[in-house]
Ligand binder design. Structure first.
Ligand SMILES: Cc1ncc(C[n+]2csc(CCOP(=O)(O)OP(=O)(O)O)c2C)c(N)n1
Length: 698
């Protein structure tokens, strides 16, 4: 394919090589989608040129080590265009052989339909639900800015990388990206650079039908630096725009790149027919002919194209080696900082990280578990420097401020006597992330923070509003990311705000998410153990479900140790020296209630066992023996008490047990009144328990 004159080879023409390389991306994608008979060829065909420029001229990465800490991050937010990313990973020399490209979307391949973190080397995050990747990138840029501010020293820029993403119309239309973009603009994240694939076509329509706002003005209004590239196939224009974005240090960048979906396809370019289905054999042929590409063989990668892309291997090796040398010099000069950073990079917990976690004294009046959580957080912050986070404008209510640990804000922001500052100054080294009223943005940003590495992020809001970030929680679970959610005001017990704010179905719906650990601790000491579990849970997100109202702090001399929380459910106290006739089970604020009811029942000489069950997921990881030893399958009189929907509890109470729950919406009144009216009182618990005992089949 090299141009020749009468047999004498010409000097290689760089523009020619660029075109060949771009077409190689296009046709690897086209051929893979065609072979799979499934997938999205249009985006890779249109975006190939800008992706080529970014990946061969700018992206600092090491294909031999996709985990190199200081690599630039690249997110394909429009995950349906996965073949674009797979082509780039294959061509630049990641462990993604051509065989895997040929197995696109097949069982057991490392090229799933959408990019999946943990399956394909080089894929940073799972994308597919549009808009999420956009927010993930913001989280990564925050992580970079925080770690850089905390650990870099003049001449030792140990953490120093860009975060890039390729975003599409769908990404920009989804509300989550509006939240994340607004926050990124406010935070002035200058090393965040997004290429917008402005192809004006979505799955089902031209954007003329759905999306006619002025995108450049919109992002400018968020505080972004924007540029437009009129021809996305012009590599020098794209190159110039990325260079200019690098120069812009004080704002995130959006580069609006005009492209054509399905570029080169005679009948499908610029139509949504190119979006989500294979071109078809005949159209593949015509497209290859039109772009001057050999029709056969499929999956062709010309030698010179491979050589061009594979320069990334040597460049990456050198970039990482230089960085490693710099890190060694930094370790010499700043041994303590370096040791701390090293721990974060390795994801290790420092010795004694939890020695200051408080023990709470028994107290009948007790404290809200949100308050206990706040107390625990203050002790964790002193040793865990990767622990950063905040709330969606609810930090006073959720008790999630890291006191005197600074606000994560651009150093360019004026620090004034601003309400809501955490103390400790404003800078990128601040550990309090004020997400504003942006729950969904927060969810996607938390995922980006966790995916970046070095960070244990937490985010807080009322449990009811967990619905607003649920899509991101699901992805955290799917990606096996360590994210801690602090969800407070967890039931009708929160009181006067009424049914819109009173969670009813949220705990059950969180429990439905695979791989998410939901913990609803019953008192202050269980809350402390719950935080320990969350910090140790390196590959699972954890949702802490906490009360607004006070709950008694149990006397652990009388009741079993709160360490039992680690097993998901444990016997708080048992019938003296004999098999119980009745088992009461509760989580969270209802633990105190069954304790009170249990006392009443014991006074009536009823042999009762009390079980605290803060986490179904932790319980399910226990052996059958342990679970049976707690639940005693031979005892049928089992009553569960939880201020939420009863869905799912039958798994633990059996078909002859009973649940006191809330299978309707709440009501506006003081919390204790609502609880009483909904049946969460000692009297009702005893009544329902006694009813179980008199059942013939009990
Ligand atoms: C949250 C979400 N809603 C819907 C979809 C289904 N979907 C996949 S791609 C797409 C349209 C994408 O249009 P665009 O983002 O412009 O991508 P392009 O057509 O340029 O490939 C839709 C609706 C999705 N992936 N995520």
């Amino acid at each position: 394919m090299e141009a020749t004159t009468g047999g004498a080879p010409l000097a290689p023409d760089p523009a020619h090589l660029d075109r060949l390389a771009i077409n190689a991306i296009r046709f690897l994608s086209v051929d893979a989608v065609q072979k799979a008979n499934s997938g999205h060829p249009g985006l890779p065909m249109g975006a190939a040129a800008m992706a080529y420029v970014l990946w061969t001229r700018f992206l600092r990465h090491n294909p031999a080590n996709p985990h190199w800490f200081n690599r630039d991050r690249f997110v394909l937010s429009a995950g349906h265009g996965s073949m674009l990313l797979y082509s780039l990973l294959h061509l630049t020399g990641y462990d993604l052989p051509l065989e895997e490209i040929k197995q696109f979307r097949q069982w057991g391949s490392t090229t799933p339909g959408h990019p999946e973190r943990g399956i394909t080397p080089g894929v940073e995050v799972t994308t597919g639900p549009l808009g999420q990747g956009f927010g993930n990138g913001v989280g990564m840029a925050i992580a970079e800015a925080y770690l850089a501010a905390r650990y870099n020293r003049p001449g030792f820029e140990i953490v120093d990388h860009f975060t890039y993403a390729l975003v599409s119309d769908g990404d920009l239309m989804e509300g989550v990206s509006a939240e994340a973009a607004s926050l990124a603009g406010h935070l002035k994240l200058g090393k965040l650079i997004y290429l917008y694939d402005d192809n004006r076509i979505t799955l089902a329509a031209s954007t003329q039908v759905t999306f006619t706002d002025d995108h450049a003005k919109r992002f400018a209004a968020y505080g972004w630096h924007t540029q437009s590239v009129s021809d996305g196939n012009d590599v020098e224009l794209v190159d110039g725009a990325i260079r200019a974005a690098h120069q812009e240090k004080g704002r995130p960048s959006l580069i609006l790149v005009r492209t054509h979906i399905g570029y080169g396809s005679p009948h499908k370019q610029d139509t949504f027919a190119a979006h989500g289905s294979p071109l078809g054999q005949e159209e593949v042929k015509l497209t290859k002919q039109k772009l001057g590409w050999p029709v056969e063989p499929p999956f062709l990668v010309p030698k010179e194209v491979e050589q061009r892309f594979r320069q990334a291997i040597e460049q990456g090796r050198k970039a990482e080696a230089d960085w490693t040398a710099k890190l060694a010099a930094y370790e010499n000069q700043f041994p303590e900082l370096a040791a701390e950073l090293r721990q974060l990079i390795d994801g290790a917990l420092p010795q004694g990280w939890d020695v200051d976690v408080p023990q709470f004294a028994a107290d009948e009046k007790g404290m809200a578990t949100r308050v206990a959580s706040g107390r625990v957080l203050q002790t964790l912050k002193a040793k865990l420097f990767g622990l950063i986070g905040g709330a969606a404008d609810l930090n006073p209510s959720t008790d999630t401020e890291l006191k005197e640990a600074g606000n994560f804000e651009s150093p360019a922001m004026a620090v004034g006597d601003l309400q809501g500052s955490a103390g400790g100054g404003w800078s990128y080294a601040g550990r309090n992330l004020q997400f504003g009223v942006r729950e969904h943005g927060m969810g996607s940003i938390l995922n980006g923070l966790a995916a970046h590495g070095g960070i244990i992020p937490f985010g807080a809001t009322f449990l009811t509003f967990s619905d607003y970030l649920r899509p991101s929680i699901r992805l955290a679970a799917l990606m096996e990311l360590q994210v801690v959610y602090v969800f407070t005001h967890d039931s009708i017990g929160m009181g006067e705000d009424g049914p819109t704010h009173q969670s009813v179905e949220q705990v059950a719906s969180l429990r439905a998410i695979p791989h998410l650990t939901v913990i609803r601790p019953g008192d202050a000491n269980e809350t402390a153990v719950a935080w320990r579990v969350a910090i140790e849970s390196r590959v699972r997100p954890v949702a802490l479900v906490l009360t607004r109202q006070n709950v008694p702090t149990l006397d652990r001399k009388q009741f079993a140790s709160a360490e039992g929380l680690r097993r998901g459910a444990y016997i708080l106290t048992d019938a003296p020296q004999s098999k119980p006739r009745l088992i009461l089970i509760a989580s969270g604020s209802e633990v105190g209630l069954i304790v009170a009811a249990g006392q009443k029942l014991q006074e009536q000489a009823i042999l009762v066992r009390l079980i605290s069950m803060p986490s179904w997921e932790l319980f399910e990881t226990q052996s059958q023996e342990y679970r049976d030893s707690v639940l005693l399958p031979s005892v049928h009189a089992r009553l569960a008490v939880e201020a939420g929907v009863t869905q799912g509890w039958h798994r633990y109470i059996g078909d002859r047990g009973d649940v006191i729950g809330v299978d309707r919406f709440g009501a506006s009144a003081p919390g204790p009144i609502v609880m009483r009216e909904y049946g969460f009182g000692v009297e009702n618990v005893c009544k329902r328990a006694m009813a179980l005992l008199v059942r013939k089949d009990a």
